[in-house]
Ligand binder design. Structure first.
Ligand SMILES: [Zn+2]
Length: 347
């Protein structure tokens, strides 16, 4: 008898646990019955209260609902329907969050995302602005790096190439970084499947590349063959991960683990190297490593947007702006330092 009771308790516990996990899996906001009813009604009528959406009107001619007809619908009407769903979800979310705020409840996630307020249709305006600042910082850094190397520092007399052995690698870095911030700005303006994948893919590509760069620079790998040997397996891994995200499953948890591991390894490499080397600008490395580590915490300890605008992710994008400036300044110092050493040797 006792064993049987224990068995029932166990079953009840497991059922409760699985319900709990199920709720965690969907976001708290979109399982809310009031939100669901709102979205369903909005998609049928095209309106919430007195406010009606243009995106929902054109497709409500009566033919679009049935399955057979929708197959023959022109593509633009399908896009319109998509817009209708997205508009309904957004406005129902805003309404529901207002009600919840009056009741003193904290914001909850809807379909995996925090409730953000849009400005001119831009979904996360603060993150967009910070992404553009990051992009501008990288452009400025890369341009001044270029001017320094080709116009200010001496070039090798015969080949007219730079003395600095990492010039090409930093050029690629500049390109990947600017590419990544561009797609970050696009994704935070309009979150659809394609823009999300482009943002994630370019961020992973950048992070993987900076890991390779960290290894090559801290171990002072200068021979072409050795560089290929170090980068080939990492490029293979990063490519596989990007293909997995795009064509198999966009697994946020797995991606977070991959990105944090690649991030931590390169921060550690730079930190250890900064401790061992007598590089004149090693203090800049220290600041970037500590700042970068603290910034990464913001990305891991996700909190909801303040007033619907500034969340942990937006702050993370803000902290990288000054760090980027200091980082390019370190790269330029490194170019100067290496060039001076090599020129001394040649003479
Ligand atoms: Zn972002």
């Amino acid at each position: 008898m006792r064993a049987k009771m224990a068995y029932y308790h166990l079953v009840a516990f497991l059922v409760a646990l699985s319900c709990f996990l199920g709720v965690l899996n969907a976001s708290a906001g979109d399982v809310d019955p009031q939100y669901r009813t709102c979205v369903d009604q909005c998609k049928k009528s095209g309106c919430i209260g007195d406010a009606c959406f243009a995106s929902c009107n054109s497709s409500s001619g009566g033919i679009s609902i049935t399955g057979q007809w929708s197959m023959k619908e022109p593509l633009y009407l399908r896009w319109k329907q998509w817009d209708c769903q997205s508009d309904c979800r957004y406005h129902c979310m805003v309404e529901r969050e207002k009600e919840r705020e009056v009741l003193g409840a904290r914001p909850v996630k809807y379909h995996g995302k925090w409730p953000f307020r849009r400005i001119f249709g831009i979904q996360e305006p603060v993150s967009v602005v910070f992404s553009f600042f990051n992009l501008a910082m990288h452009f400025h850094g890369w341009l001044s790096f270029l001017i320094l190397l080709y116009y200010k520092l001496p070039l090798r007399s015969q080949s007219r190439k730079t003395y600095y052995e990492y010039t090409g690698l930093w050029h690629i870095y500049g390109f990947l970084a600017m590419n990544s911030w561009f797609w970050s700005a696009v994704f935070h303006s309009r979150d659809v499947d394609l823009t999300e994948k482009l943002d994630y893919s370019s961020a992973v590509a950048l992070l993987g590349y900076t890991l390779i760069l960290a290894i090559l620079r801290t171990f002072n790998v200068r021979a072409e063959a050795a560089r290929v040997m170090v980068s080939a397996p990492l490029i293979a891994f990063v490519t596989t991960h990007i293909l997995y995200l795009n064509f198999y499953k966009l697994d946020y948890g797995l991606n977070m683990k991959v990105c944090v591991s690649m991030g931590v390894v390169q921060l550690l490499l730079w930190a250890v190297w900064a401790g061992l080397t007598h590089h004149p600008s090693r203090w800049k490395l220290w600041v970037v490593v500590v700042g970068g580590g603290l910034a990464m915490l913001l990305e891991i300890y996700d909190f909801p947007p303040y007033k619907g605008f500034v969340d942990a992710h937006a702050l993370w994008h803000a902290t990288t702006i000054p760090l980027t400036n200091l980082w390019w300044s370190f790269i330029k110092d490194d170019a100067k330092f290496r060039t001076m050493n090599l020129v001394k040797k040649v003479r």
